[in-house]
Design a protein around this ligand. Structure first.
Ligand SMILES: *Cc1c(COP(=O)(O)O)cnc(C)c1O
Length: 453
């Protein structure tokens, strides 16, 4: 028995994989990653694959980035963990200052945790308590969008809306208000952009008008909804959401867990429309894909609402054991230093241009209904019938089949339903990007048209 086979057997015996149909997994031949370099993942048999989804949307400057490796090693020589409950630590302080300086205006205080779900959970608690302290006791609900994904905890599932993820847990969830996200390919209000003049915003306004007294905050994935299938909102939508939430006295929570750290071509997606949210949630790319870390950044008024008075001091009663972990904060700092030193956001412009040019070619394919992209985030939606936009039957698992086919061509991608997600590290070279997209193109052709590529 080869080493790989032995590892596979142990994996099947002991490991329960997330978002995975384990029945199928147990019958399959899972790929086991052992090493990585740049945009390549290497399996236990030495085979190389392009990491086409940045190891689930986290890798930024590539794997084994020298500066990031070094930051962790140097921090190891000092201290690996020390708590933020009642103590400060050096990297968490330096990083907080950097994050505030980069974040949209008005965001002032950094609250650390260790994953995207907790970053959002914290934002919900902050927004709720803010209004309690303001005496607006009825403001205890949230307004979220159709197709939203904000994490897997009970609170974040309550604002999420992807039925396969949250449907079965509905009895555990609290109710939320819902407004349509501009999924223009299947417009929720039946119009066509740009003639629609963003009619979906009217639906949002209707909810706000009716229920703003009961709504603490509106939560949005700005510019791109990730898990819904890389839904790219048209220009002006986010700005409209900010305008309406201000008008109706509702806080705005921007969940940039997926879009943050250059993924859309700007450091934060909110910056495309000069929007400052009241609370910003960051995770995934924050450490360049190295260690779990998240940050929830709030404005000064929200912070102040949690201070209480001299006679009755208050606190924000929340904190995870690894909050502000020094190793994670130091690699996050190194991640930001590389952005600056290599001028990453400038440098990726030609890559982004090539990406969009290559993606446009997918529209020729007989079963590609829609191609959506912003920066280096893209979704390619497969449909059974292009004229009617009729989706494939769920059980035909087209997305999965295309991605498995691509694996045979040395590419790792993961679908969301029948949308193929492409989200390479920002460091991908043009040659690598061409190889990645041509493999996906051929896989779609072969699987959906039965053509040999
Ligand atoms: C991934 C994601 C989350 C959840 O982050 P985890 O680290 O997986 O808990 C929340 N919001 C958005 C927009 C995400 O993409």
């Amino acid at each position: 028995m080869s080493r790989t086979d032995r590892l596979r057997e142990l994996d099947r015996l002991y490991v329960w994989h997330p978002f995975t149909r384990m029945r199928e997994w147990l019958e399959g031949e899972p790929l086991i990653i052992e090493r990585a370099q740049g945009v390549y993942l290497v399996d236990t048999d030495g085979r190389r694959y392009i990491d086409g989804v940045s190891s689930l949307w986290v890798t930024v400057h590539g794997h084994r980035k020298r500066e990031l490796d070094r930051a962790i090693r140097e921090q190891l020589e000092r201290v690996s963990h020390s708590t933020l409950l009642g103590l400060g630590n050096v990297p968490s302080i330096v990083l907080a200052e950097r994050l505030v300086s980069l974040a949209p205006e008005g965001l002032a205080k950094v609250f650390y945790s260790d994953n995207g779900s907790t970053a959002v959970e914290i934002a919900l608690k902050l927004a709720f308590y803010y209004w309690q302290k303001k005496g607006k006791y009825e403001k205890k609900r949230f307004l979220a969008f159709t197709g939203a994904y904000h994490g897997d905890t009970i609170g974040t599932m309550s604002v999420g809306e992807i039925d396969v993820f949250v449907g079965r847990y509905r009895p555990l969830l609290f109710p939320s208000y819902r407004a349509p996200y501009p999924y223009c390919y299947r417009c929720p209000v039946g119009k066509v952009y740009p003639d629609c003049a963003l009619a979906c915003l009217e639906r949002l306004e209707a909810v706000l008008k009716r229920a703003h007294r009961r709504i603490a905050a509106c939560i949005i994935e700005p510019v791109v909804q990730g898990a819904a299938g890389m839904i790219v909102a048209p220009q002006g939508f986010l700005e409209g959401v900010r305008r309406l939430t201000k008008r109706y006295n509702v806080l705005l929570i921007a969940d940039e867990v997926a879009t943050g750290f250059g993924r859309t071509g700007r450091m934060f997606a909110c910056q495309w429309e000069d929007v400052s949210p009241d609370i910003l949630c960051l995770a995934k790319g924050i450490t360049g894909g190295y260690l779990p870390l998240a940050a929830t950044i709030s404005t000064e008024p929200i912070f102040r609402a949690h201070l209480g008075t001299k006679r009755r001091p208050d606190a924000f009663y929340h904190g995870h054991t690894y909050t502000g972990n020094p190793l994670a904060c130091s690699v996050a700092l190194a991640n930001l230093e590389v952005f600056e030193k290599e001028r990453t956001l400038e440098k990726i412009k030609p890559t982004v241009a090539l990406f969009s040019k290559l993606l446009e070619e997918f529209k020729e394919l007989r079963h590609v209904g829609d191609v959506r992209y912003k920066g280096l985030m893209a979704g390619i939606e497969l449909v059974q019938n292009k004229e009617t936009k009729k989706p494939y039957r769920v059980e035909s698992r087209m997305g999965v089949r295309v991605c498995m086919n691509a694996r045979g061509r040395g590419v790792i991608v993961r679908p969301l339903g029948d949308t193929i997600v492409v989200m390479p590290p920002l460091s991908i070279k043009k040659r690598e990007l061409r190889a990645l997209l041509s493999a996906i193109y051929e896989s779609i052709r072969e699987v959906t048209e039965g053509a040999r590529g």
